[in-house]
Design a protein. Structure first.
Length: 205
């Protein structure tokens, strides 16, 4: 696991530094490289957590703890990551936490070079949030600027930004998947909970 702050002088961070969690598909490109690049850039001003390891002992509890502390959760949504059970679990947890009175973390979704519609369960957890678009490495500087602005409390302004399609009100929330289980009665979009026990079983598989 890697945790970035200001890489050269971590004690010089502003008192307004946010805690940022980055969710992405591990071992997949361009997801992994972009996640580390975003972490390094945002880490100049904020405390950024990005997990670059596969599941291991204590992994599930650490991910859950970091999400609970996060002010912002950046979720990289590519053709691969939207099929990832780990990303789905992290997104579900972030959505559940965002629906509590604390209202955090703020979820910032980023679409990576994938024009296909998002799966229903992803759209549900995003709850209509606007996505920043990334297609090539040339888009990285603009993406980082957008993320910094959003973390500071501004709105996403990318002209080509796309929003997930509206989820019809009559449809039920997504069924639990391998790493997501239904829990207490919260708003439908926030009914999933991070399943540490299943993650531990995945580690031993």
């Amino acid at each position: 696991m890697r945790q970035f702050a200001h890489l050269d002088a971590p004690l010089q961070l502003s008192t307004h530094a946010a805690r940022v969690f980055i969710s992405y598909a591990r071992g997949v490109e361009p997801d992994a490289a972009l996640a580390l690049e975003i972490a390094a850039a945002l880490g100049q001003q904020h405390i950024v957590f990005v997990d670059s390891s596969l599941p291991h002992a204590g992994w599930a509890a650490r991910i859950d703890a970091e999400l609970r502390q996060a002010d912002v959760a950046i979720v990289l949504l590519s053709a691969q990551s939207i099929q990832s059970e780990l990303v789905a679990a992290e997104l579900a947890t972030a959505a559940r936490l965002a629906g509590t009175p604390a209202g955090r973390p703020t979820i910032l979704p980023v679409r990576l070079a994938d024009p296909a519609p998002l799966p229903y369960h992803v759209r549900t957890y995003l709850d209509g949030r606007v996505c920043v678009r990334w297609d090539t490495p040339n888009d990285t500087p603009g993406l980082i600027d957008e993320l910094l602005q959003a973390i500071a409390g501004g709105a996403i302004t990318t002209p080509n930004t796309t929003a997930p399609a509206d989820t019809p009100a009559h449809l039920p929330p997504p069924a639990p998947t391998a790493l997501v289980i239904a829990t207490e009665k919260l708003r439908p979009v926030h009914r999933a909970r991070f399943d540490c026990a299943r993650l531990r079983r995945l580690q031993r598989a």
